[in-house]
Ligand binder design. Structure first.
Ligand code: OFO
Length: 165
């Protein structure tokens, strides 16, 4: 049976992953409405990945004899001033997710829950990839600046880029 403190922490993580999915969905929709179809595809995929991260946690909590709570979600921010804002917001959000995952890992160690600790390692590795990807995208945007041709190629390339599963 799962420790109740760990169960609460995992349920908070479920909510955070659900909010990530919702947030990236709003970003994808903004990009689609601004003719940035490659960026929209990337962000729609990213939103789906976050839902998968949430689902993985839901199933784990239930398998361990806990009760996964499916959260209510507020409408995310849906107006952005441009791609730079989108991706710096995304990076900031992912940095918070990393911090939250580290806190769950800390709690697992202090409660000696090595099973959940082991399960969470997937998320730890995932966050390294996600933060690196967001930083890489921001570097590209900084290089492009206001060059329209560069932006066209950036958007086209992003269509092929896979967010980390
Ligand atoms: Fe992007 O984070 Fe999930 O875990």
């Amino acid at each position: 049976m799962i420790d109740s403190k760990i169960e609460d922490a995992l349920n908070q993580q479920i909510e955070l992953e659900a909010r990530s999915s919702h947030f990236y969905l709003a970003m994808a929709s903004w990009a689609e409405n601004h003719g940035l179809n490659g960026t929209a595809e990337f962000l729609y995929r990213h939103s789906d990945e976050e839902r998968m991260h949430m689902l993985k946690l839901v199933r784990f909590v239930n398998e361990r004899g806990g009760k996964a709570v499916i959260p209510a979600l507020d409408s995310p921010k849906s107006d952005f001033s441009g791609l730079q804002t989108i991706f710096s917001t995304l990076l900031e959000h992912e940095t918070n997710v990393t911090q939250s995952i580290n806190e769950v890992v800390d709690l697992c160690l202090s409660r000696k829950d090595y099973t959940t600790h082991n399960f969470m390692q997937w998320y730890v590795a995932e966050q390294i990839e996600e933060e690196a990807l967001a930083r890489n995208i921001l570097d590209k945007l900084a290089l492009i600046g206001s060059d329209k041709g560069g932006l066209y190629l950036f958007d086209r390339d992003l269509e092929q880029l896979q967010p980390e599963a």
